[in-house]
Design a protein around this ligand. Structure first.
Ligand code: IMP
Length: 426
């Protein structure tokens, strides 16, 4: 689905994040020219496994491991500069050259230490279970029209003046939130003075770069972070992240028009996970939850937190298909289910005795829905070596057929392990 006719493809998470977008983008990037991150920031942790090496990419697009790919951090991203450069340095230490093929939008907003202090302080009163990377406060500043952008570093005196105001404001807020922490203006000024000479050579009007690439028919992947149910508009508000993770956010955050996109690939796990607070209707009981967590290695790539685990939820994926306009589905981690004798799939919800086909807007209602399950037979056989659908056990194929029918979106990829080669293209 990423070919001569579909040269501009959005890849989104269609659950609560951690669906395996990093692996899919890495696989697809083999035939890409550009990979663009369009929202989120260092809250993401996209894992790519090559041979025995594991790379966790937080802010750098997952195409970076392919030398022909130009990687772009789009205007919709909130950039935490220190982590970004630490990540670049780690790649260099592991022999991956990024010189001349990574650019940062000059319109991207910066995440600064005061944003992290505010994130921690806010968590004390409103427990959302954030990643603590300052994402919410950075987007608040962006939409409150008081953010500091990459382009501001071009005139450091102006950036210093902005900082003086923002740090003072942050300290007033910290006091209001009952935090004993205070941000230091000197520390912030020193940070920007130190990082500006590294960021500015990478800063560009990346919307222009991506637009040109799309118009020239170059292969462009727009890489989403987090998942559709964490989208600030369409997710389980307020237990969401602060950006538009869905496909609509892709063109805004990459700096191109919506007509540029040819397809949207939704990535889903063969089951469901969620990290952080908020409802998870298909959350499994303790034994199955623990088993999925152990077999799937379900611990946060950024925070190390144990992920909550449960069964595939077709209501969620149907909803994600609608709000993203999905044209294809990639099902990941099928192998994690290999040893289960039976695998339940949630086909619909019931709310107060009534069938409930759509996602309720109210988070409490989602917390009260009762999932209706269809229990499918397991396959009790390893799938990790399958490279074609025909290699899969019949019960695993039947399971995928059911997910496809319930979701209403054709399955285009099935991932059967963490490694790059453990993928089936349908
Ligand atoms: P924030 O994005 O750090 O503000 O966190 C808001 C919510 O989104 C919390 O429930 C986080 O656990 C969740 N979240 C943020 N980033 C990710 C991610 O990359 N994967 C899964 N969950 C995430």
């Amino acid at each position: 689905m990423f070919d001569d006719r579909t040269t501009c493809l959005v890849v989104v998470g269609a659950q609560w994040g951690d669906e395996g977008k990093g692996k899919l983008v890495d696989v697809l990037a083999e035939r890409a020219d550009f990979v663009v991150r369009y929202q989120g920031g260092a809250n993401a942790g996209h894992t790519v496994v090559i041979g025995d090496s594991q790379f966790i990419l937080r802010q750098i697009p997952s195409g970076i491991l392919h030398p022909q790919v130009t990687c772009i951090v789009g205007n919709g991203v909130v950039l935490e500069p220190e982590t970004f450069f630490a990540e670049l340095d780690q790649l260099a230490e592991r022999g991956i050259s990024t010189a001349g093929r990574i650019f940062v939008s000059d319109r991207a907003h910066l995440v600064l230490p005061y944003h992290k202090l505010l994130d921690a302080a806010s968590e004390k009163s409103q427990k959302l279970g954030t990643t603590g990377r300052g994402i919410g406060p950075a987007y608040e500043d962006k939409y409150g029209r008081r953010g500091i952008r990459v382009t501001d570093l071009r005139r450091l005196e102006c950036a210093r003046a902005l900082l003086a105001d923002r740090v003072q404001r942050a300290n007033r807020l910290l006091e209001l939130l009952g935090s004993a922490e205070r941000a230091s203006l000197e520390q912030h000024v020193a940070l920007l003075e130190r990082l500006a000479p590294r960021i500015l050579p990478l800063a560009a009007d990346t919307g222009l770069v991506v637009d040109r690439a799309v118009k020239q028919g170059r292969r462009v992947l727009l890489e989403g972070a987090q998942g559709s149910l964490l989208d600030v508009d369409h997710g389980t508000y307020p237990y969401v992240t602060s950006s538009n993770t869905t496909a609509g956010g892709a063109t805004v955050g990459a700096g191109i028009g919506p007509t540029a996109v040819h397809g949207v690939l939704g990535v889903v796990k063969a089951y469901t996970t969620r990290v952080g607070n908020g409802p998870l209707p298909t959350e499994a009981g303790e034994a199955d939850g623990e088993r999925l967590r152990r077999l799937g290695g379900e611990f946060g790539a950024v925070t190390g937190r144990a992920r909550r685990c449960g069964w595939f939820d077709a209501t969620v994926v149907r909803y994600a298909a609608r709000v993203n306009g999905l044209t294809g589905l990639a099902v990941t981690k099928l192998d994690v289910l290999d040893s289960f004798a039976e695998v339940p799939v949630c086909t619909a919800y019931r709310l107060e005795g009534e069938e409930c086909e759509e996602m309720p807007a109210e988070v409490d209602a989602l917390g009260r829905v009762e999932p209706s399950y269809q229990v499918l037979p397991g396959w009790s056989q390893s799938t990790g070596e399958a490279r074609r659908l025909a290699d899969l056990p019949a019960a695993a194929r039947a399971y995928l057929d059911r997910l496809e029918a319930l979701s209403g979106v054709p399955i285009r990829y099935v991932s059967v392990g963490t490694r790059r080669d453990q993928i089936i293209e349908v």
